[in-house]
Design a protein around this ligand. Structure first.
Ligand code: ADP
Ligand code: GN1
Ligand code: MG
Length: 371
């Protein structure tokens, strides 16, 4: 079993440097940081590039937004500011106990920096820890409670204020279409290497209709849409959640997606790219703790139909990310950052294995939602 990787956000995992091609003197100055600032590559995100900036006691998170994926950095910041304002108001009324992720303005009051205006800063949330693998049910409960409380606080937020930055992000039918396009193009000549996995995925398309039918009866909600375990922060000793972070994908959706992504990233004892696929499985005690934590966070807000849809969300999210990794492998790794050859294929194999174990355990896991 792989032990969890803790990124104590007080210190970066990689050595600090004093200069970086992206973090120029102008950028530091714009955010009122000195030329002595330490720059540390930070976190394990697949899309954006994240740095921790340390200037004496001052700390900021700086991110280069991947504009190949998020074409408008401005839209991301505007969405995040609206969510921030809503959560801060809730906090003031004593209705939200978590830290609020806050965008950091530059000295001139605007938010974006850099020659291509794709850098943005976030206030550093102190004493937070993020992990890659959940170790026990208490950690799973805390993560799900955090995302549940975040969703509950946004239940009365007017989602039409948000720009849909990634249309059809969790549209399973569209993800199958993208996989089929990648198969037809076979742009990197990799199809023959993974034909079996491709065939298996294509045989799962019945889930598209099932999902559409279930969603038709559910309310549209403001969703986080990327509730993987490293997109929340724990307290230093991992006893409780302190914040939901990485709000770039906050858009209208269904809560089953957010629950599903938690199952996807918490239930396995292995990280999503582990090569030990034999060890990839759904730990039922973690699943149960996620269900309890999420339902607690959403108590009084979540409907019976939504509650009954959560297990489907787990299947959909494991399958969907498997398909996305596989399509990206076939396309030549154009979307998700990779650290080794065949990384996306390995991620796909891992996540499909998790999906298969979910199918196997479905009847017993369903008991978590029966009252
Ligand atoms: P990406 O979009 O690339 O996934 P994230 O916004 O998730 O980037 O940030 C990457 C990591 O940086 C997180 O997993 C977390 O460990 C850390 N992090 C991000 N924002 C903050 C913050 N405001 N305070 C403390 N740590 C943060
Ligand atoms: C990406 O940015 P990050 O690493 O938090 C991706 C998610 C995937 C996840 C898989 C905008 O999340 O949808 O589920 O990788 N984000 C985007 O680990 O595509
Ligand atoms: Mg992230």
């Amino acid at each position: 079993m792989t032990s969890s990787v803790v990124t104590q956000t007080k210190a970066g995992a990689q050595p600090a440097v004093k200069s970086h091609p992206l973090v120029t003197a102008e950028v530091l100055q714009a955010y009122q940081l000195s030329a002595q600032t330490d720059i540390l590559p930070f976190g394990n995100g697949h899309i954006n590039q994240t740095f921790l900036l340390k200037d004496g006691d001052k700390r900021l998170i700086l991110q280069k937004i991947n504009t190949a994926i998020f074409p408008s950095a401005q839209d991301l910041v505007q969405n995040a500011l609206k969510i921030e304002q809503h959560l801060l108001a809730k906090k003031q009324q004593g209705l939200y106990g978590l830290e609020v992720l806050r965008q950091q303005a530059k000295a001139d009051g605007s938010y974006l920096a850099g020659t291509t205006q794709d850098l943005r800063a976030l206030q550093f949330i102190d004493n937070g820890s993020s992990i890659e693998v959940v170790e026990n049910p208490a950690q799973a409960y805390a993560a799900a409670l955090t995302f549940g409380q975040f969703a509950a606080a946004l239940a009365d937020f007017d989602a039409s204020q948000l720009v849909t930055v990634l249309p059809d992000f969790h549209h399973l039918g569209m993800r199958f279409m993208q996989l089929k396009q990648a198969i037809s193009a076979d742009a990197s000549g990799r199809l023959s290497q993974c034909q079996q996995l491709v065939d298996y995925c294509l045989a799962q398309q019945a889930l598209v209709a099932e999902l559409e039918q279930v969603c038709a009866a559910l309310p549209l909600r403001v969703c986080h849409n990327d509730t993987k375990i490293n997109n929340m922060l724990y307290s230093a000793q991992l006893q409780r959640g302190i914040a939901a972070i990485d709000l770039d994908t906050c858009m209208p959706g269904y809560w089953l997606f957010d629950f599903g992504d938690m199952v996807r990233t918490c239930c396995s004892p292995e990280p999503e790219d582990s090569l030990d696929t034999e060890a990839v499985r759904v730990r039922p005690e973690i699943f149960k703790a996620l269900a309890e934590g999420y339902l607690k966070g959403l108590a009084g807000v979540i409907s019976k139909a939504e509650k009954q849809s959560l297990l489907l969300g787990a299947k959909v999210m494991c399958l969907m990310i498997g398909i996305r990794f596989l399509a990206d492998h076939l396309n030549g790794d154009r979307y998700f950052a990779i650290k080794r050859p065949n990384h996306n294929l390995q991620r796909a194999q891992n996540q499909i294995r998790l999906y298969q174990d979910l199918l196997k355990q479905e009847p017993t896991l369903a008991a978590c939602f029966s009252e």
